[in-house]
Design a protein around this ligand. Structure first.
Ligand SMILES: Nc1ncnc2c1ncn2[C@@H]1O[C@H](COP(=O)(O)OP(=O)(O)OP(=O)(O)O)[C@@H](O)[C@H]1O
Ligand SMILES: [Mg+2]
Length: 278
C-alpha cells in the first residue's frame, strides 16, 4: 500500500523576534498509509496542530519534507490538490461554518472547486447522508447542537471528495453525546476507506485507531497499535498523558492480585475479562 501522508525529518520553526522563535516540529518522520486511521496524542504544545497544518499545506516546512499522496507541499502549484485530497476539520465548528443554511455551507467547498451544479447537489446530499445530517439540510446552522455543527463541518470537507481527513481535536468543545456522534461519523468514514489522522486528548477516542502516535516536544516519542502504546502506562504518565480509565483500572486490579489482561482498552473488554473470573 502506498503512503497517503509522509513526512521526512520535518522541521518547523515559528518565526518572530530572536527570543520568540519556537521550533515546534523537530525532525519528525511519519508515514500514514492509505486507509489507515492514526490517532495523534501529546500534551499541550507538543506540536500536534503544527504538524496538522504542515500536512495540509497551511504551513510550509522550515526543513525536511511533507508529501501528500506523493505531492510535495513546498510546491505552490500542488497546494489546491493537496487541500482537496487532505481536508482538515478543526476544534471549533463555529469557525468553520460560513453559510446561513446547512446545505449552502456544505456546497461552499465544491463551488470553489468549480464543480458543476448538478454534481454539487449530489455531493452535498451524499456528504450530509454520510454524517447523518441530511434531514437538517434546510436548517440554519446556528440552531444546531455542537455535535451537529461539527458533523456539518465534516460534510463540508467530504463534499470536496478527500481521500484523507485530518481532525484537530474535533470533539474538544463538544458534550459527551456530541463527541459520540462525531466519533461515530469518523469511524464510519474510515470504514469507507478515507484515511484518518485524528489529533485528540481523549484516550478513549485514540483506542479506536489502527495506530497511536505520541508526540512530545515536536517529535514522536512512542508509536504502535493502541494496546502497545497504552500498555506503557508509566511512560505516558511521565509525559503527563492519561491512559484509558479501564486500562488504569485493570492495572490497579492486577496489583491487587486480580489477574486480568494488562492491555484492556475498552469497557466491553473489561466486562468480558471480569466475567471470565466468575
Ligand atoms: N502562531 C504561533 N507563533 C509562535 N509559536 C507558536 C504558534 N503556534 C504555536 N506555537 C508554539 O509551537 C509549539 C507547538 O504548538 P502546537 O499548537 O502545534 O501544539 P499542540 O500540540 O497542538 O498543542 P495543544 O494541545 O495545546 O493544541 C508550542 O510551543 C506553541 O507555543
Ligand atoms: Mg493543538
Amino acid at each position: 500500500m502506498s503512503n497517503m501522508v509522509e513526512t521526512k525529518e520535518l522541521i518547523f520553526e515559528y518565526s518572530g523576534n530572536e527570543d520568540e522563535r519556537v521550533t515546534a516540529v523537530k525532525k519528525l518522520s511519519l508515514s500514514v498509509k492509505k486507509g489507515e486511521f492514526v490517532a495523534v496524542i501529546g500534551h499541550n504544545g507538543s506540536g500536534k496542530s503544527t504538524l496538522a497544518k504542515l500536512i495540509n499545506g497551511i504551513l510550509v516546512p522550515s526543513g525536511g519534507k511533507v508529501f501528500v499522496d506523493s505531492m510535495d507541499t513546498v510546491n505552490a502549484e500542488n497546494i489546491w490538490n493537496i487541500r482537496q485530497k487532505a481536508g482538515m476539520v478543526f476544534q471549533n465548528p463555529d469557525n468553520q461554518i460560513v453559510a446561513t443554511i446547512v446545505e449552502e455551507d456544505v456546497a461552499f467547498g465544491p463551488e470553489n472547486l468549480g464543480i458543476k451544479p448538478e454534481e454539487i447537489r449530489e455531493r452535498v446530499d451524499d456528504a450530509l447522508n454520510a454524517v447523518g445530517m441530511y434531514e437538517f439540510r434546510g436548517k440554519p446552522p446556528h440552531l444546531l447542537s455542537g455535535g451537529q455543527k461539527q458533523r456539518i463541518a465534516i460534510a463540508g470537507v467530504l463534499a470536496m471528495k478527500p481521500e484523507c481527513i485530518i481532525f484537530d481535536e474535533p470533539t474538544a468543545m463538544l458534550d459527551p453525546s456530541g463527541r459520540k456522534e462525531v466519533m461515530e461519523a469518523i469511524l464510519r468514514l474510515n470504514k469507507e476507506g478515507i484515511t484518518i489522522i485524528h489529533i485528540t486528548h481523549f484516550m478513549d477516542e485514540a483506542v479506536n485507531a489502527h495506530r497511536v502516535v505520541v508526540m512530545e516536544d515536536g517529535n514522536i516519542i512512542l508509536e504502535g497499535n493502541p494496546k502497545e502504546v497504552f500498555s506503557k502506562v508509566d511512560k505516558l504518565k511521565a509525559i503527563g498523558l492519561d491512559v484509558p480509565q479501564v486500562t488504569l483500572l485493570s492495572n490497579d486490579l492486577n496489583k491487587e492480585g486480580i489477574k486480568l489482561s494488562k492491555d484492556i482498552l475498552t469497557v466491553d473488554e473489561m466486562v468480558n475479562e471480569l466475567c471470565q473470573l466468575l
